[in-house]
Design a protein. Structure first.
Length: 486
């Protein structure tokens, strides 16, 4: 415990939903739910307007739709969330070298280590300045807690929500904590909370009054001693600077179990490409490729392969993932697939396996067909065009070879997919986002951050003038002026 409230905890308010509201003017002040949209989807974040209906994170999306049928349900846009998070984390690092991120939207900061605060007055002014800087740089609000320990700073930021600041003066900790629920303390989840409730302990004050010996008897030494110290407001954990990432991975849960082996293989290839994009975006390469398969009965299998050296070559990762898939039994159906890379490094080693495979492909092209044909065995990384990140490939059960159709008849192009909330650009009307799609049509609202709510137009899903696009920044660098013709 410190004698001054110089540990800061920042928690952005309803982060994903707030980013969506900031980038989509027509959604400001409305219920927004971000998460999986299919039958098995789960809510990632709900705006404060949606929370009034009882919607919260980790709730099944189907249940959220029943509680809030008129809300806007959107897919997550993690690339944009990471961009905004990078801006916020950069502001925190201007305050101190000791920044401990907990997630994209949450972090601890040791203000004393940065020399920007030594007492309550300077800590409060630093927190207020940070909130203003975040608002100016991103257009979003964050809640700030200041205290003499990490636990109390996090409690303070939670109490300050939304868009507030709370400073806990040293010496007032027990008085502040006493009436709060035991669930306020880290490490008290539903099971521990229920165990304590049955013992007649529901508040932090009652937890402190129970005494260390009683809590040890009820919960075991490690947990009991830790909870008793936290109930007294005692927490000596230091702020630990950000550690390097240990792995990069992506995964998709499918609305309907995949049974077609060709479709499963195509999805693994697509995930491998997405994983490499994220790997390169973080400036890393990796040595171990990991495949994750969750089957129809919820059993989860993981397989891994370690290469001779680190790589960020999409062909190498695709080939390794395909080899791993060959050793997995997908009979009965697959509900989730994931591809990851571990053993990260900040350099890339030329991969002899990739060179060998490339040579074999070139040789195959010279022996029987063209080299171009031989090189198309794996997706080229553009398989997500038109899908804005959603699962792509042939529809389920359509994995039969093209040769089964009439001779010479071209294979029909798969229908383009437009998930709700994804970014698009029209050749005439400019940037917009998908409000919904179905029965061969896609509805787009043409607006952008900082504009007035835009107009809605409907197109065919295969309209050649409509394409997926990257998100526009929330503040600055946007396209000024009206959005498209009237």
């Amino acid at each position: 415990m410190r004698a001054a409230p110089t540990i800061l905890h920042l928690d952005m308010d309803a982060f994903y939903a707030s980013v969506e509201q900031a980038s989509k003017p027509s959604l400001r002040g409305k219920a927004v739910i971000v998460g999986g949209l299919g039958p098995r989807g789960v809510v990632a974040t709900a705006s404060y307007e949606a929370r009034r209906f009882g919607v919260h994170s980790a709730m099944p999306t189907a249940q959220a739709r029943r509680l809030c049928p008129n809300g806007a349900y959107l897919i997550p846009r993690f690339s944009l969330y990471r961009q905004v998070s990078d801006v916020v984390m950069a502001l925190l690092r201007e305050l101190s070298p000791l920044v401990e991120p907990l997630s994209l939207d949450e972090a601890f900061v040791d203000l004393e280590a940065g020399g920007v605060a030594f007492d309550s007055r300077t800590a409060r002014s630093t927190g207020e300045r940070l909130r203003a800087d975040i608002r100016a740089a991103t257009g979003l609000s964050g809640s700030v807690g200041l205290a003499g320990s990490k636990m109390l700073a996090k409690v303070a930021s939670e109490e300050a929500k939304p868009a507030g600041l709370l400073l806990i003066e040293p010496g007032t900790e027990r008085e502040l904590l006493a009436p709060m629920s035991v669930r306020t303390l880290p490490g008290v989840g539903p099971a521990t909370g229920e165990h304590l409730r049955r013992a007649g302990i529901t508040t932090v004050g009652e937890l402190a009054e129970a005494g260390e010996d009683e809590l040890v008897r009820m919960l075991g030494r490690a947990h009991g001693v830790g909870l008793y110290r936290m109930a007294l407001g005692l927490d000596d954990r230091p702020v630990v600077a950000e550690r390097d990432a240990k792995s990069v991975s992506v995964e998709d849960t499918f609305d309907v179990d995949l049974h077609d082996r060709v479709r499963v293989r195509n999805e693994v290839q697509r995930l491998a490409d997405r994983c490499v994009q994220r790997l390169r975006g973080s400036g890393h390469s990796g040595r171990t490729i990991v495949l994750k398969v969750r089957r129809y009965d919820f059993s989860t299998l993981t397989r891994s392969e370690t290469l001779r050296g680190p790589t960020d070559d999409p062909a190498v990762v695709r080939e390794a993932a395909a080899r791993l898939l060959e050793g997995v039994d997908t009979t009965g159906g697959v509900r989730l697939l994931g591809v990851g890379v571990t053993g990260l490094a900040d350099y890339t080693q030329e991969d002899l396996f990739a060179q060998s495979a490339a040579a074999e492909r070139d040789g195959a092209g010279g022996a029987g067909g063209t080299g171009e044909e031989a090189g198309t065995a794996a997706p080229d990384g553009n398989g997500e065009s038109g899908a804005a990140g959603g699962p792509v490939g042939a529809s389920e059960g359509s994995g039969a070879p093209a040769a089964d159709g009439p001779p010479g008849e071209p294979e029909p192009a798969p229908e383009r997919r437009w998930p709700a909330g994804s970014d698009v650009r029209h050749a005439v009307y400019g940037p917009g986002w998908v409000q919904g799609s179905g029965v061969g049509r896609v509805t787009v609202r043409f607006e952008q951050p900082g504009s007035e709510p835009g107009r809605v137009r409907t197109f065919r899903v295969d309209d050649p003038e409509l394409d997926p696009s990257d998100p526009l920044p929330l503040v600055g660098d946007g396209e000024s002026g009206a959005v498209g013709p009237a």
